[in-house]
Design a protein around this ligand. Structure first.
Ligand SMILES: *Cc1c(COP(=O)(O)O)cnc(C)c1O
Length: 495
């Protein structure tokens, strides 16, 4: 971008002290005007989200060229906001998956609740230090409140402590560190860890970061519904004990990313109790279904876990960037993170007041609690629960309707709000069935209203639908079903 004298003049007219060459403060009028520009763009964006192509314009070869053309040195002089907003909202945002679209049924959908954006704006402008309780006691209390609300929804005891993280991956990692500290101390090399073959890939990544090498990870087989087989877990633990290893950590999934399978949490929890192992539940996708009383039986055993990963940016519909972790014995979370230094205020010993830096790896940090707190505060719990319940009901209905399409076979019916299926026709080999299912998803996604992605399980390519966007409503599911029906005909008819 080139700069005209006018641009420089424009910037100066917005600054609080135009004569000061190092002034970074905007005048109050300028802040209001700039805020209005951003807000207008954002509100227009949201109001038109349903019309945006759901996959966005991300064709790889074109994207590569486009990104190359974007490279530029740091600008020596300032640029007016309006031009930058135009590029962002008209050029760059449209070149991405429309993850906030009502038709986004791919991967695990994220959210994007507006109150969270307001909270981020407030957090950014006030920029208070929430790493240490003393620096912002009342604000940190809001974060503690938000964590305790989640704790109550999940049926964890008062002794539990939690942490807002950047996502489910970091929550799983932090849980593993707590368990490692408690069970292995310095004897890390002998420790062994157990998870189903369908566990999220971040568990293996976390293990590596936690100093637990791949040869200490045990992949437990799953049953026909893709749930961990408890007897296989028991055998693997026994086998490791016989070899002189120290089994210490079991991860079960409260909803796998592949097919949405919920492992038998209660049975696995009981095995862990008997064996003295730490039971971690990865509820990054499925945990928030526990908010809804009538759905709790689907997640029986979740409340008994030693730790639980949640992703408010999935099941609580927040924008990306907020994960959560609950640890049943709050002292274990604190023991793994407590630290002090001569330049810091004295930390509270009573534990009555939550001190984020004593429960997590960050010192300076954003204010993740505010976005959770403000969203819950503005909507109220009942409305959020109704939205979670609605997503499950929509998924059940979608699965029922899709199973009626003659050439589609349901492979994994929804346990929560995610299900998997494949396209099949007489005489198709495995390879052709995989290609047909892939073509089916592509056919629908290309139409622009509904986006689905698949997964490969034991050499089978499966189509998936995950209903978790708060914007997804009955009419979007109707579109999905209708387009799948047409696409199935086209894909099989076209050979
Ligand atoms: C999304 C997900 C993760 C990873 O969470 P991020 O927030 O993407 O880091 C882990 N486990 C499961 C089951 C998930 O669905």
């Amino acid at each position: 971008m080139t700069h005209s004298v006018d641009d420089v003049g424009l910037l100066e007219s917005l600054l609080a002290d135009p004569a000061d060459p190092a002034c970074l403060e905007f005048s109050k009028d300028a802040m209001l005007a700039m805020g209005r520009s951003v807000l207008t763009r954002a509100a227009d964006h949201i109001a038109n989200i349903a019309d945006a192509p759901v996959r966005g314009d991300v064709e790889t070869a074109a994207a590569e060229d486009y990104c190359r053309s974007m490279r530029e040195p740091a600008p020596a002089l300032g640029t007016p906001l309006d031009g930058v907003l135009a590029s962002l909202f008209e050029e760059w945002v449209p070149r991405s998956f429309t993850t906030t679209s009502p038709g986004y049924l791919a991967y695990i959908p994220g959210g994007g609740l507006f109150p969270a954006a307001l909270a981020d704006f407030i957090a950014g402008t006030t920029n208070r230090f929430t790493g240490i309780w003393q620096a912002a006691p009342a604000l940190v209390q809001l974060e503690a409140n938000a964590l305790s609300w989640i704790r109550d929804w999940m049926g964890f005891p008062d002794s539990a402590r939690g942490l807002f993280t950047t996502g489910g991956s970091m929550s799983n990692f932090t849980a593993m560190i707590c368990a490692r500290e408690r069970h292995l101390g310095t004897e890390i090399r002998s420790g062994t860890l157990y998870a189903s073959a369908h566990v999220h890939h971040c568990v293996a990544k976390s293990a590596r970061l936690a100093g637990i090498m791949p040869d200490r990870l045990r992949e437990i087989p799953v049953d026909k519904d893709f749930r961990m087989i408890p007897s296989a877990l028991e055998s693997a633990i026994a086998e490791d004990r016989r070899s002189g290893r120290t089994p210490f950590f079991v991860v079960s999934s409260a909803g796998t990313t592949n097919t949405g399978a919920v492992d038998p949490l209660e049975t696995i929890g009981n095995i862990c109790k008997r064996e003295g192992l730490w039971h971690h539940v990865d509820g990054a996708y499925g945990g928030f279904f526990h908010m809804v009383e009538e759905l709790r039986p689907l997640l029986a055993g979740l409340s008994e876990a030693d730790s639980l990963t949640l992703d408010p940016h999935k099941g609580l519909f927040l924008p990306y960037g907020t994960g959560a972790l609950l640890v049943r014995d709050g002292a274990a979370l604190r023991a793994a993170h407590a630290a002090s230094a001569g330049y810091l205020p004295h930390m509270s010993e009573t534990g009555e007041f939550y001190d984020p830096s004593q429960y997590g790896p960050d010192l300076s940090r954003g204010f993740p609690g505010l976005r959770v707190w403000l969203a819950v505060k503005l909507y109220g719990t009942e409305r959020l629960k109704a939205a979670v319940l609605e997503k499950r009901r929509l998924a059940l209905w979608a699965a029922e309707e899709i199973a009626r399409i003659p050439s589609i076979r349901m492979v994994a019916p929804p346990q929560l709000s995610l299900f998997a299926f494949e396209l099949d026709a007489p005489g198709l080999t495995r390879e052709l069935r995989n290609r047909a299912t892939e073509a089916l998803l592509e056919n629908v996604t290309r139409r622009g209203r509904v986006m689905m992605t698949g997964c490969t399980v034991d050499g089978r390519f499966l189509g998936r639908v995950c209903v978790l966007s708060f914007r997804t409503k009955r009419k979007d599911i109707e579109t999905c079903v209708e387009q799948l029906r047409e696409a199935a005909r086209e894909v099989l008819g076209g050979g």
